[in-house]
Design a protein around this ligand. Structure first.
Ligand code: DX5
Ligand code: ZN
Length: 218
């Protein structure tokens, strides 16, 4: 699959409605929603009050990425707030299963993620349990960081593991995605690419989304 999920973290919040309408018109598949609490990551973004207009205005599924401590306390509220998919960090919890079950029981898709310094094979025991795994290609916390190249090898390894077990689990990659690495990531086996600054800071964001989707390996 080749899906693009622009991250509204890089949108213009004074014109959020305009930016969401652009995404509605565009080839974007999902809208990525980065929630940061200033505890799990050294930055604070937004929460429920911003979910509301996104849910009202977006015609695309909301792919929520929780970068918060104790995600198990909040996952259900994000489902109620209109999330289509809710993802949280494995390293933020002792046991991810209660939160995974809670998300699933709300009828949302489940996603488990790890930062670049966490061994990605720690996701393997949960590949059967979640709809998607998210490999961070920058350290969670800020948009506009540089892509970490060894993510490509991680994507290949996880792809191999998923395929060898005959699973349908999707692979998402988040951080520093641009036209130079998007084709390589898709070729390595990624299904969904999150892109913040390379979309919203482009002269023509709609065109940037189209190009990311069709990116060839260079
Ligand atoms: C980083 C967030 C990302 C971020 C991506 O903590 O999880 O989703 O918005 O932004 P870019 O594409 O600019 O790296
Ligand atoms: Zn994200």
């Amino acid at each position: 699959m080749r899906l693009i999920a622009p991250s509204v973290l890089s949108a213009d919040f004074a014109n959020l409605g305009r930016d969401v309408e652009m995404l509605n018109r565009s080839d974007a598949d999902w809208v990525h929603v980065d929630v940061m609490d200033g505890r799990f990551v050294p930055n604070i973004s937004f929460g429920f009050p911003v979910m509301e207009p996104l849910h009202q205005l977006s015609t695309k599924p909301l792919d929520v990425h929780l970068m918060i401590v104790h995600p198990e306390d909040y996952v259900e509220r994000f489902c109620d707030a209109g999330a289509w998919s809710v993802g949280f960090h494995l390293e933020a919890v002792d046991d991810p299963m209660p939160a995974i079950r809670a998300i699933r029981e709300k009828g949302c898709r489940t996603c488990l993620t790890v930062n670049p310094d966490i061994n990605f094979t720690r996701l393997y025991p949960y590949l059967e349990e979640v709809d998607m795994v998210l490999l961070m290609s920058v350290f969670a916390g800020f948009g506009g960081q540089r892509f970490i190249p060894d993510t490509l090898d991680k994507v290949r390894a996880v792809r191999k593991e998923i395929d060898s077990r005959g699973l349908k689990t999707m692979i998402e990659v988040d951080g520093g995605v641009n036209i130079d690495n998007a084709g390589l990531l898709f070729e390595a086996g990624a299904d969904v690419l999150v892109a913040g600054s390379s979309v919203f800071h482009a002269p023509n964001p709609e065109e940037a989304i189209r190009q990311l989707k069709q990116a060839e390996s260079r």
